[in-house]
Design a protein around this ligand. Structure first.
Ligand SMILES: [Zn+2]
Length: 242
C-alpha cells in the first residue's frame, strides 16, 4: 500500500479518535493532537526555558557540582507543576522527564559529566504523612521517568525524611534553611547505593535550594562523589554558568 494512503488513513483515524476521545492541553485546555499531548505548542513556546547548566553562587555549597532546570517557575511551567503536584496530573511526569533529559544533553560543560556517567538517581523524599495525603511523591515519579530514559538506577529509599517540614514556599529565605536542617536521615540498609557513587538528585522546584543542599551534604558525608541536581523549574536567583 502506498505510504501516502497509509498516512492519510492514519491522519483520518487519529481525527476520529480525537472526536471520541479528545485530548486537551494540560495548561490551556485547548483540544490537541496525540502527537502534541500533553502540552500544546503555544504553551510550550511560552515557557521561559533555561539554556545552560548552572551552579549555586554560594561559596558554602561545595557539595553540588551544578544543576539544571527546564525553565523558570512562572507562567505555563508553574501552572503545569501545580497541576502535576496538587491536581494529580501525574501523566505530566514523562513530559517533564523528556524535556529535562533532552535539554540537558544539549548543554556542554567541561565541569559536568553527561547523565550517562552518573550512577544513581535519588528523588527528594516526602515525609510519610505528606505522602499519605498526596498519594504520590512527585519527585519520585519524575525520577522514575528519567530512569526509564537514561537507564540509570533510581534509588528512592536511600534516604528518609524524618522531620515533617513546613512547605518551603510559605517561608522566608532564612527560615527555609532552618526548616530543612536535619530533615533527612540516611537509610543505612541502602548506603551502598550512595557510597562512592555519582548521584543525581531530583526535585520538582528549586527555590532557595535549601532542600537539595541539605540532602547533598548528607550524601557527601556518606561517601557520595559528584552530585548534580535536576529539577522541573527553578526560581533561585544568583545562579551562574560553570
Ligand atoms: Zn496549551
Amino acid at each position: 500500500m502506498p505510504s501516502s494512503i497509509i498516512k492519510n488513513f492514519t491522519e483520518a483515524f487519529s481525527g476520529v479518535t480525537n472526536l471520541f476521545f479528545p485530548l486537551y492541553c494540560a495548561s490551556c485546555n485547548a483540544n490537541i493532537s496525540k502527537k502534541c499531548f500533553p502540552v500544546c505548542s503555544d504553551c510550550r513556546e511560552s515557557i521561559s526555558y533555561i539554556s545552560g547548566l548552572e551552579v549555586f553562587d554560594d561559596i558554602a555549597c561545595h557539595e553540588i557540582n551544578g544543576y539544571f532546570s527546564i525553565g523558570l517557575y512562572e507562567g505555563v511551567l508553574k501552572q503545569l507543576i501545580a497541576g502535576f503536584k496538587y491536581h494529580k496530573k501525574t501523566y505530566l511526569a514523562p513530559f517533564f522527564a523528556r524535556e529535562l533529559t533532552e535539554r540537558f544533553k544539549r548543554c556542554i560543560s567541561f565541569n559536568i559529566n553527561p547523565l550517562s556517567n552518573f550512577d544513581v538517581i535519588v528523588p527528594v523524599p516526602l515525609h510519610k504523612s505528606k505522602l499519605k495525603t498526596r498519594g504520590f511523591n512527585q519527585s519520585e515519579l519524575l525520577a522514575s521517568e528519567i530512569g526509564k530514559i537514561t537507564g540509570l538506577e533510581v534509588c528512592a529509599d536511600a534516604v528518609n525524611r524524618k522531620k515533617e517540614t513546613r512547605e518551603q514556599n510559605k517561608l522566608h529565605y532564612k527560615e527555609r534553611f532552618k526548616n530543612v536542617e536535619d530533615a533527612f536521615e540516611i537509610n543505612y540498609k541502602n548506603i551502598c547505593q550512595i557510597k562512592s557513587k555519582n548521584v543525581i538528585i531530583i526535585d520538582d522546584i528549586i527555590t532557595t535550594a535549601a532542600t537539595v543542599k541539605s540532602l547533598a551534604r548528607l550524601f557527601k558525608k556518606h561517601g557520595a562523589l559528584d552530585i548534580f541536581v535536576l529539577s522541573a523549574a527553578r526560581t533561585v536567583a544568583g545562579a551562574k554558568t560553570p
